[in-house]
Ligand binder design. Structure first.
Ligand code: DGY
Length: 330
């Protein structure tokens, strides 16, 4: 008689291909109705499970781990992993993986799209038209900011930042400057035509500032009132990373007072709740955490998470383990 298959919990509704692949190796418990579980519900469903395919909204911390002693592997379907308490995972001997690379290019596409929508007032223009307010062409109607040949500042220059830099420099003839914990090597800098600057210079020089850095305790509200005050009044800010990187109240005030011109936000500190102060503004483009949302990319992320569970089960090794690093990148 063969050994019973280990149990794997899938916390959110996923693609049939992923369930099929995992089902060949594990006893699955899934969530076809895509209910967002409370921490207590997550703990209840994790009882007796060997592994979990989690998403960025599932907080797996010391209290979850203490209550789920059978859990051995967490496969996070995201490149970001601020939902995981890495110290607690290490203490409990639980291995964890993320999904780097598979989402880099589509997330970079979205970064440019959000920047363009924000700087060129695309969603504001659509709302204006749909509201029946467009009665005549006007030379000064909905004037936006130049994107081509402008200066793009990137805060956080990992894989996604570099993919955005290549698009911006080679596709839009932008000057790309960046700030990171450490500069890239010269060959990588050349490939993405980007120049390392201090954070202060980045804030001062950027016509468009794009945030693609991982959310760590050190990066909490790394862009707040003091940073916004250093930016150009004509500047746009785009956040693709995690909401907690930006002090959203300070941002709403800066957008309202004209301290900066516009913002594009795909992520929010209390998502899916969005601050009413942001919802009330017309100079902010708001999207529901969809930067990696193409079918191919989301399927690729889910399959990579599944393959991490299978690799660990078969060979005791993850394909893309999360390594606690002093300078993580996206
Ligand atoms: C990621 O992979 O970190 C994206 O934000 C999706 O959650």
């Amino acid at each position: 008689m063969s050994a019973p298959r280990p149990g794997v919990l899938i916390t959110r509704r996923l693609f049939p291909e992923v369930l099929q692949r995992l089902g060949e190796h594990f006893q699955l418990r899934d969530n076809p109705d895509d209910v967002v579980w409370s921490p207590a519900e997550l703990i209840e469903r994790l009882q007796g499970q060997w592994g979990v395919l989690a998403t960025q909204g599932d907080r797996i911390d010391a209290s979850v781990l203490a209550a789920c002693p059978d859990l051995r592997v967490v496969a996070n379907m995201a490149v970001g992993y601020n939902n995981l308490d890495l110290d607690a995972l290490a203490r409990h001997g639980v291995q964890a993986s993320n999904t780097p690379d598979v989402l880099t290019e589509s997330t970079a596409d979205f970064g440019l799209a959000l920047l363009l929508a924000t700087a060129r007032r695309i969603t504001e223009g659509e709302r204006y038209l749909r509201a029946g307010r467009w009665h005549k062409w006007a030379a000064d109607m909905l004037l936006g900011a130049e994107v081509h040949h402008s200066t793009l500042g990137i805060l956080g220059m990992g894989r996604i930042g570099q993919a955005i830099a290549r698009r911006a420099a080679h596709g839009f003839s932008m000057q790309v400057i960046y700030h990171n914990r450490s500069p890239l090597d010269a060959a990588t800098e050349r490939a993405c035509a980007a120049r390392y600057v201090s954070k202060a210079e980045l804030l001062r020089q950027a016509d468009h500032l794009l945030l693609v850095l991982p959310y760590t305790p050190a990066n909490h509200h790394i862009v707040g009132a003091a940073e916004l005050a250093q930016m150009k009044p004509s500047a746009t800010l785009v956040n693709l990373a995690r909401g907690g990187i930006v002090d959203e109240l300070a941002l709403a005030q800066a957008l309202q007072s004209g301290q900066i011109a516009a913002a594009g936000l795909d992520v929010f500190e209390g998502e899916p709740q969005v601050r009413p102060e942001l919802l009330a503004l017309s100079n902010v483009v708001l999207t529901p955490h969809i930067a990696s949302a193409t079918r191919g990319t989301r399927l690729g992320m889910a399959l990579l998470a599944a393959d991490n569970l299978i690799a660990h089960h078969q060979r005791g090794q993850l394909l893309t383990p999360i390594k606690a690093s002093p300078s993580p990148s996206l």
